[in-house]
Design a protein around this ligand. Structure first.
Ligand code: NAI
Length: 266
């Protein structure tokens, strides 16, 4: 029997790479998309056999994506799974953002997802258990300064997730989003080597650690699996509890003023 096919964008690094490896482990063939030729070559070399096919592409160029979708269908057959994972974050004060930044952020983080869905869905409808997972961000729900292009594009991706779930549910295609918190991937460069930053940021996370690419791959594979057969249109927040609230004692220490106030309220 033919193995099911999973299409994964941003597969050369971080969450996308871990997800590609997980789908391969779980018996899928993988179409791995990325702009990094070297990163895709590295991924392919790490895998014996021919279950992985790589496609170098720039997701800014959304007009190229319908043809790419057709090519993947020709070469691998109709996909069961699409993971829209690639993303970029371009920081700038709002007054310094440019049309080019908006175009690049929106195209990579949102429009490319819609274009790939558009191109692949007719073929996905012919396969049992179709599933789309969009990788958004906690910034879609809780914003940071200087991140307008990112936050708006990721919020748009959550809206796209809901609309697609409603539109494609009748075709048996489920559409969900993963909403990651701080995940230790190459996108952060050497930021986590800054001990002061890392220690302070961990105080914001009830589970007291950063997420790993494997943590995210677990959830993406779950959402794409039969185990999630009755879940669609949802965003699963995986942030170690950060968005749920904050532990002030952990952030500021057991300050006398704060502790006595808590005791008074008992
Ligand atoms: P990463 O930088 O390790 O991987 C992203 C991949 O996307 C890279 O291989 C990159 O080459 C590819 N990519 C970027 N622009 C592209 C383009 N124009 N065309 C084709 N490929 C392109 O990043 P990471 O952390 O694995 O991020 C994956 C997703 O998770 C992104 O959508 C990101 O916004 C999201 N996310 C990550 C968080 C984190 O803390 N790492 C937090 C919240 C969301």
């Amino acid at each position: 029997m033919n193995k099911p096919v999973a299409v994964i964008t941003g597969a050369a690094s971080g969450i996308g790479r871990a997800t590609a490896l997980r789908f391969l482990d779980e018996g899928h063939r993988v179409a791995a998309l990325d702009r990094s030729q070297a990163g895709l070559a590295n991924l392919q070399q790490s895998q014996p056999g021919d279950d992985i096919k790589t496609y170098v592409c720039d997701l800014v160029e959304t007009d190229q994506l319908p043809a790419l979708a057709d090519r993947m269908i020709d070469e691998l057959g109709p996909p069961r799974v699409l993971v829209n994972n690639a993303g970029i974050c371009l920081y700038a004060d709002i007054a310094d953002t440019t049309d080019d930044m908006w175009l690049r952020s929106l195209n990579v983080n949102l429009v490319s997802a819609a274009s790939l869905i558009r191109g692949l869905v007719p073929a996905m409808k012919t396969v049992e258990g179709g599933a789309i997972v969009n990788v958004a961000s906690r910034n879609a729900l809780s914003s940071s300064p200087r991140a307008a292009t990112y936050d708006a594009s990721k919020a748009g991706l959550l809206a796209l997730t809901r609309t697609m779930a409603v539109e494609l549910g009748g075709d048996g295609i489920r559409v969900n989003a993963l909403i990651p918190g701080f995940i230790d991937t190459p996108v952060h460069g050497d930021l986590l080597e800054d001990e002061v930053f890392a220690e302070n940021y961990r105080k914001l996370i009830p589970l007291n650690r950063f997420g790993s690419p494997d943590d995210m791959a677990n959830i993406i594979c779950f959402l794409a699996s039969e185990k999630a057969a009755f879940i669609t249109g949802q965003g699963i927040i995986a942030d170690g509890g950060q968005i749920s609230g904050q532990n002030y004692a952990k952030m500021f220490g057991n300050r006398e003023s704060f502790v006595s106030r808590q005791l008074d309220n008992d």
